[in-house]
Design a protein around this ligand. Sequence first.
Ligand SMILES: [Zn+2]
Length: 415
Amino acid sequence: MSLDPQRTVAELKELRELTGDENGAQRVAWTDTWLKAREWFQSKIKELPVQHHYDAAGNSWTTLAGASEKTLIIGGHLDSVPNGGWLDGSLGVTAGLEVLRRFAEEFGGRPPVTVRLVDWADEEGARFGRSLLGSSAFAGTSSIEADRGRTDKDGIRLEHAVKRCGFPIERFPDATSEKKNAAAYLELHIEQGPVLESMDLPLGVVLGTKGVERHAITFLGQEAHSGSTPMHARRDALAAAAKLALEIRTIAGKHKDAVCTIGSVKTFPGIVTAVVGRCEATLDQRDLDARILAGMYRDAQEASQRFAREEKCTVEWSRIWSIQPIAFHPALLGFCEEAVREVAGVAHRLPSGPLHDAAEVARSGIPSVMMFVQSLRGISHNKIEDTKEEHLEMSVKALDRLATKAARWILDSAA
Ligand SMILES: [Zn+2]
């Protein structure tokens, strides 16, 4: 039997049954339910001519050894957010498994190149607030000292949670040894946004992951009595922040795929009878182009200073976090486009707003690409996350074609 995309859909449902409840998927990394999902995966590879091991950071590797040591890696993640969807991450693993089966069968257990399937540990960072934990250890960009003391909502430390699963955090850096012979990385994921659905397209070619500038912005004015302070005499910190919240639409609107979000605003003293003396806001800016991202950051800073002046306030900025944009590999983008066109007729290219493990793999220097399949209503990280079954099946077919093209490319470049 060759590639069977219906089996992928059936297995996704099986996994949902086993690890979800009425509120959605509960495969939060380092929990018993997550371990159960990984056990389920083990049961699926028993009959295959593969080797399996966990690396030092808890990433799960299934290897189909080929005639060449040069390796094609296909990835995904079985972990979910609490009350998550049934497809986020798990589609990449189950579709990758189907492609692995097809390679094993077509080549009698020994394909021309080595093919490996990786289930990354803790992509979501849902419990400790540290996303891409396993893939950053693989890439060599992990930050053990900053991460070990992170705690979950019950006060359990990250270093204890990972140790309980058999992976002491001190050993995480050893996961970089898995990079040996890696020649290409492919990841299929649901879009988690509304773009493909709005264009009525089942599949998309992902150009890269957007860079992120994330900042805390504090406007400082003067707390004052709401009854006795005339309007012209106020130094209202919220007024300045509110102007900025509207201005970021204009700042982002100058660029095609850019986004800016003020996701949190806190006012102090925060009572009904006082003018706001201090306002703390957060700003998240994203774009695929580093120059555009830097320009938007500058624009927002200038605007905040202008609005602070207008409202007789001052403003302070501090960076919470940032990451540069990651562009995927041109040759693999070309193969991805061919594969999507062969299966869906049209190939649209789009950037990814969310970060993915593929960004860590790409920045470690391994040629990488991602493929998106349409998300219904653009919703994810929620139990109503869904994709049409016919689209899921198309995505498995397209990933398989992409894998064949990438494997051929690996062999040609080695020759
Ligand atoms: Zn995901």
